[in-house]
Design a protein around this ligand. Structure first.
Ligand SMILES: [Zn+2]
Length: 256
C-alpha cells in the first residue's frame, strides 16, 4: 500500500507543476506511461538514477541443462548482446551502463541485492517452468524509488540446438529483460480486437510493423504482425522509439 501512496504523491506533484505552466515536455501527461511505454511502478520503480549501473554474469553451470561447450557459446553471445544493450542505455539515458568481465554470485532477494548491479544468468525455464520464457526481477531503492538493480535469468533453452532462437529474436529478448531490470514494464494495450484485454503481442505499431521491444511476450523492429524478417534482422536487439521515450521518462523522473 505504501508504494501506491508514493506513486500517487508524485503524480499529484507533476500535475500541479503542469498547472503552473512550468512542466517539462513529458509531464504533459502521466510520467509513468505513454504511447508504447510504461514504467514498472508495480515493482516500486519510478526513475533511473544518474549513478552508473554494472551488468555482471553468473558463471554458467550444468544445472542449466547445457553442455559445457553450449554454456561457453551461450555466455559469449549473452555478453555481446548485453554490451549492446548497455551501450544503447548509456546513450539514451546518459546514465553509464557497463558489462563487467567479473562473475557475480546469483542474487535471490532485493533486500540483499547489490546497489546498481544487474546480475544475469542462464537457467532452464526460469519463469515458473514455462518453456521459452526468461524473467527479470527488478528492485527499487526504498528511499527515492529509483531502479536499484536486480537480476535476470535467461532461459537456457534458447541455446539448445533443437530449440534455438533466431539471433535477432534472442537479441530482442535480452534487450527486453534488461529493460525490465531497470524499470520498463510491458506497454501492451487492447488493440484491434477491442476485447478490453491487452493480449500478448497487442501493442502500438507503425507502418513498418515495428512494435515496442518491451511488448509482451516480445516485440521489436519488424516484429509486429506482418513485419519483415529483413527489418527485424537489421534492428535485432534495438530499443524502438517507444521504448526510448520510456527510458528517457525514467531518467527525467529522477529530478521531477
Ligand atoms: Zn517481459
Amino acid at each position: 500500500m505504501k508504494k501506491i501512496g508514493r506513486t500517487l504523491g508524485v503524480v499529484a506533484a507533476a500535475a500541479s507543476l503542469a498547472a503552473l505552466g512550468s512542466a517539462p515536455a513529458h509531464a504533459a501527461g502521466d510520467v509513468y506511461q505513454g504511447t508504447g511505454w510504461r514504467i514498472s511502478t508495480h515493482h516500486g520503480i519510478q526513475s533511473l538514477s544518474p549513478d552508473p549501473y554494472v551488468i555482471r554474469l553468473v558463471k554458467p553451470t550444468a544445472d542449466d541443462k547445457l553442455t559445457p561447450a553450449q554454456n561457453k557459446a551461450a555466455e559469449a553471445q549473452l555478453r555481446t548482446l548485453l554490451k549492446k544493450s548497455a551501450a544503447q542505455l548509456t546513450s539514451i539515458t546518459g546514465t553509464k551502463f557497463t558489462v563487467s568481465d567479473a562473475y557475480h554470485s546469483p542474487e535471490t532477494a532485493c533486500s540483499s541485492a547489490e546497489r546498481h548491479v544487474i546480475v544475469v544468468g542462464l537457467r532452464y525455464r526460469p519463469f515458473d517452468g514455462k518453456p521459452g520464457m526468461s524473467r527479470a526481477w527488478p528492485c527499487s531503492a526504498s528511499g527515492n524509488r529509483s531502479a536499484w538493480g536486480g537480476w535476470i535469468w535467461m532461459d537456457s533453452e534458447y541455446w539448445m540446438p533443437d530449440r534455438k532462437l533466431e539471433p535477432w529474436i534472442l537479441a530482442n529478448a535480452v534487450t527486453h529483460e534488461v529493460g525490465h531490470s531497470i524499470g520498463l514494464n510491458h506497454p501492451n494495450v487492447d488493440g484491434p480486437d477491442a476485447d478490453k484485454t491487452a493480449d500478448p503481442y497487442e501493442c502500438v505499431t507503425n507502418s513498418s510493423k515495428d512494435t515496442p521491444v518491451m511488448c509482451s511476450p516480445n516485440g521489436g523492429y519488424g516484429r509486429g504482425k506482418g513485419g519483415s524478417v529483413t527489418r527485424a534482422k537489421q534492428h535485432g536487439g534495438q530499443y524502438t522509439p517507444w521504448d526510448i521515450e520510456g527510458l528517457k521518462a525514467l531518467k527525467a523522473n529522477f529530478t521531477r
